[in-house]
Design a protein around this ligand. Structure first.
Ligand SMILES: Cc1cc2nc3c(=O)[nH]c(=O)nc-3n(C[C@H](O)[C@H](O)[C@H](O)COP(=O)(O)OP(=O)(O)OC[C@H]3O[C@@H](n4cnc5c(N)ncnc54)[C@H](O)[C@@H]3O)c2cc1C
Ligand SMILES: Cc1cc2nc3c(=O)[nH]c(=O)nc-3n(C[C@H](O)[C@H](O)[C@H](O)COP(=O)(O)O)c2cc1C
Length: 584
């Protein structure tokens, strides 16, 4: 591909997003959808108090971890009203299966989490609907919108599973499922626009009145396309000089934006690629492109993490036999191992053959996505500010220093006084209980501490009387006990009722937060029995799984339950939203 072809390709991408087969929108339709989008946004912003809708009933369910699917479900509800329907938006965690199976019109929006798994709020209903005696959905018309990320092997797997299962239970698919990558908005709006006029004509034409969800559809003022420019007020390294990691505390001003957030929400940072990486890539291809491409390199393209397309391109052209074999055989496990920590530059430099052009490379790059960060402050304590706690992604692969895009841009290059583009993502799942008397247990090692600092500040500001138990840990107490003074002060004041610290490398045998849970199992079970809430934040792939195992074990031991009974106990906690996770 040469430069002109590449520029034409980009032009076309902007005009019409890449759509899956079976979703015929382009040209005028797309303009129309754009119009609809902005129309909807105005409506959404003004419909805060809507209480009732009359029309043909339609149920819009969402499975979400961080709120994107919920936001799209709300968009679908706004559009449904335009089509004279009476939408009901339901969290998958609140679905009653028998009633659900009687529903005539269902729109289902779900993300995928973990490694091709259901998001947390969908796990119980997913188990129920897969039981042998699950009810049939013979009178149901449905369509699925799946949110995901093509960088994961099991792209949009949860949506695929729902789509398949509903059809297997007898439901009629009215439009093909749409699978969306990280830039999901346009495609998702296309799905809404396509499905509405079709589904409205299906099933009984009787109308009903439904209670609207007050205020639910109020969109945050700022988003990916219209970000807030927040001034960086403070930046402070929290981890010690001798720590093997670097964790940095950032404080941003919300200025006079009027924007606000709740403890448990996330802030998304709009990325900018590091100039040193851009220069390395230009040198690698010995090229000096014009302003437009430089802008794309800096703000728009994921030039650090290789896309699957780049791996294939290099794999097909490389002279490295081993890599060629992996790509030809589509050996996903071997490719994943081989690719771990390798960036695009190193991949092309070490394995490319010289016949990959700069524009071939650009053509494989995904768009540069915002990175989410759990907010570590309460606005009730820090008026007009938002704080983040970010672990800098730095590591070496084959002697090449690798730097995470956003974490190291903020750590190394952002200066106090700079404006950083960002927007909030509400997370309705991950919230402290409204009843301030309820005990809360917070398991948050490493950067997982972030939302719990916010929870504790919020509980203090609210004068909440409930007990607070924090389990924190990392490698070494001396170097990695971040927010030490604050945590100790909270303990001294009685705000933290119980503190358990697990520093894995301070002694011969490794001690983790899950070991502290087992050690204090009787007390933890008693807290749960008192109506306690259990929160986990941090590493999704090891820590959160080990903590989940420890929780089941301590419930068995101290609740005198079988394994199955402990699963039911935990499922009940999940259903009551007393077991929630913010893991990544
Ligand atoms: C809901 C949510 C909340 C989050 N909250 C926080 C938070 O509070 N604090 C926080 O620090 N992060 C948080 N994250 C993670 C954050 O969004 C980013 O993923 C992280 O900061 C890395 O982004 P980056 O742009 O710096 O790195 P990228 O350029 O995106 O690079 C990250 C990639 O580098 C690779 N990599 C990383 N380490 C290694 C290694 N040692 N060896 C080999 N390869 C490696 C992995 O492939 C990884 O995916 C959260 C994520 C989510 C989804
Ligand atoms: C820890 C983690 C794991 C994920 N796993 C997958 C996956 O296996 N497959 C996929 O297609 N997307 C995966 N995603 C991407 C999410 O599905 C995607 O970001 C989606 O927009 C999130 O929507 P939500 O906010 O409604 O949960 C993952 C994201 C995270 C943070």
């Amino acid at each position: 591909m040469d430069k002109d072809e590449f520029l034409e390709f980009l032009e076309n991408q902007e005009e019409s997003p890449i759509l899956p087969k079976g979703l015929p929108i382009s040209g005028k339709q797309k303009d129309w959808i754009g119009g609809l989008l902005s129309g909807l946004q105005i409506q959404v912003a003004t419909m805060g108090g809507t209480s009732e809708a009359a029309g043909k009933p339609i149920t819009i369910v969402y499975g979400t971890q961080t709120g994107n699917s919920e936001a799209m479900a709300e968009e679908a509800a706004v559009a449904a009203k335009k089509y004279g329907m009476a939408p009901k938006v339901i969290d998958m965690g609140d679905i009653e299966l028998a009633k659900f199976a009687q529903t005539e019109r269902i729109l289902l929006v779900t993300s995928t989490y973990g490694e091709g798994e259901m998001p947390d709020n969908a796990q119980i209903i997913w188990e129920e609907i897969n039981a042998k005696d699950a009810p049939k959905f013979e009178n149901t018309f449905f369509s699925v919108l799946a949110l995901g990320d093509t960088s994961y092997d099991q792209f949009c797997e949860a949506g695929i599973q729902w789509d398949t299962r509903l059809a297997a239970l007898g439901a009629t698919r009215v439009t093909e499922r749409v699978d969306c990558d990280v830039d999901y908005e346009d495609l998702a709006m296309g799905w809404i626009e396509k499905v509405m006029p079709i589904i409205t004509e299906k099933g009984s034409q009787e109308t009903v009145s439904v209670e609207g969800d007050k205020g639910k559809s109020v969109k945050p003022k700022f988003d990916k396309k219209n970000p807030l420019e927040a001034e960086l007020l403070t930046k402070r390294v929290l981890s010690g000089e001798k720590s093997s990691k670097e964790i940095v505390h950032f404080e941003f001003s919300l200025g006079d934006s009027g924007e606000t957030y709740l403890a448990g929400d996330a802030l998304n940072i709009i990325p900018e690629n590091r100039p040193d990486l851009i220069q390395e890539i230009l040198d690698l291809f010995d090229t000096n492109p014009g302003e437009e491409i430089m802008k794309r390199l800096q703000y728009e393209l994921e030039i650090r993490t290789p896309s699957k397309e780049l791996v294939e391109l290099v794999g097909n052209k490389t002279e490295d036999q081993e890599m060629r074999r992996m790509v030809e055989n589509n050996d996903k496990v071997a490719i994943e191992d081989f690719m771990w920590g390798l960036d695009s530059y190193q991949l092309i430099k070490s394995y490319g053959t010289g016949n990959i052009t700069f524009y071939d490379f650009l053509n494989t790059c995904k768009s540069l996505s915002p990175r989410a960060y759990s907010i570590s402050s309460s606005i009730k304590k820090h008026d007009g500010e938002v704080h983040l706690t970010i672990g800098s992604v730095r590591y070496k692969r084959e002697d090449r220093q690798q730097n995470g895009v956003v974490s190291t841009f903020l750590a190394d290059l952002a200066k106090v006084g700079d404006k950083v583009k960002c927007y909030f993502s509400p997370n309705k799942q991950f919230k402290i209980p409204e009843d301030g008397n309820k005990p809360i247990i917070m398991v948050g090692p490493g950067t997982g501490i972030a939302p719990f600092r916010a929870f504790l500040e919020e509980r203090e500001a609210d004068g909440a009387k409930g007990d607070n138990w924090l389990l924190f840990g990392d490698r070494n107490k001396e170097h990695d006990f971040i927010y030490k003074e604050e945590i100790e002060a909270m303990q001294d004041s009685g705000l933290i009722t119980k503190l358990d610290l697990a520093f894995s490398r301070d002694q011969d045998e490794k001690i983790y937060v899950q070991d502290k849970m087992r050690e204090n199992g009787a007390e933890m079970f008693a807290w749960l029995e008192r109506g306690g809430y259990f929160f986990i934040c941090g590493d999704a792939y090891r820590m959160a799984k080990d903590v989940d195992i420890a929780l089941h074990q301590l419930i068995q031991k101290h609740g005198l339950m079988s394994e199955d009974e402990s699963v039911s106990y935990v499922n009940k906690l999940k259903k009551e939203k007393r077991y929630v996770r913010d893991v990544y």
